[in-house]
Every structure is written in structure tokens, then in C-alpha cells.
Design a protein around this ligand. Sequence first.
Ligand SMILES: [Zn+2]
Length: 128
Amino acid sequence: MADNFSIKGFYENVANGGLRVPHCRNCQNYVMPPTSICANCLSTDLEWAKISRKGRVVSFSEIHVSNKKFQRRTPYVVSIVETEEGVRLPGIIKDATARELRIGDTVSISVSSEDGSPGYFFNILKNS
Ligand SMILES: [Zn+2]
């Protein structure tokens, strides 16, 4: 497992099917976006910890114009999802339009390698 606490390390874990973020052994804070120092207590005593694959929609927006890589997906919905641990992840909600979504909806988080690069997606489980 990657021990470089960075966004690169995060995606190395994703490429191996894992959803992990740096976790501070000193104060139990989850460090996201990943860095090698705890933003809460400044400790460097970190470990990669598995996080829940369930969360709630905190915010979302529908994208109609995108960069080349994602243009063929438009329109699509990007969201901030908060996991059960309180970790906030940005990402795409699959198979949903903004009209179908509400703040607080429950999503599952799936890891996949579509488009040839490792990533993760949110899937709606239940509307709030
Ligand atoms: Zn800490």
C-alpha cells in the first residue's frame, strides 16, 4: 500500500480497489485532501484507513460544458458526498440528473477504472 500521503497515493489505493484516506493516529482526524501532516493537530503519525462506501449528498451541480475527457458524459452531476466518518469527497453521481437529487440523498461509492484511469463514482441509493 502506498505510504506517500498525497492525492497520488489516494489514487494508487483506488487503482487497487481501495477507498482509503490518511487517518491521524494522534487525534483520529481524517486528512482529506490527503497530505502528510494532520490539518487538525499537525501530527505526522498517519495511516491509510478504509472509509465507508456510503455517504450523503452535501452539495451538487449539473455540468453541461466540460473538458474533452468528460464532454461525452454531459450532462452529468458532480457532487460533494460526506461519508459516515465525515470525510468529504468530490465526485460524479452516476445515472442521475440534478432534478432527481436532493441534499441529504444517500449514495454508495463504487471504485472503478472506466476511461482507463482509476476513479470512483457515487450511485444513488435512496432519495431523502
Ligand atoms: Zn491529528
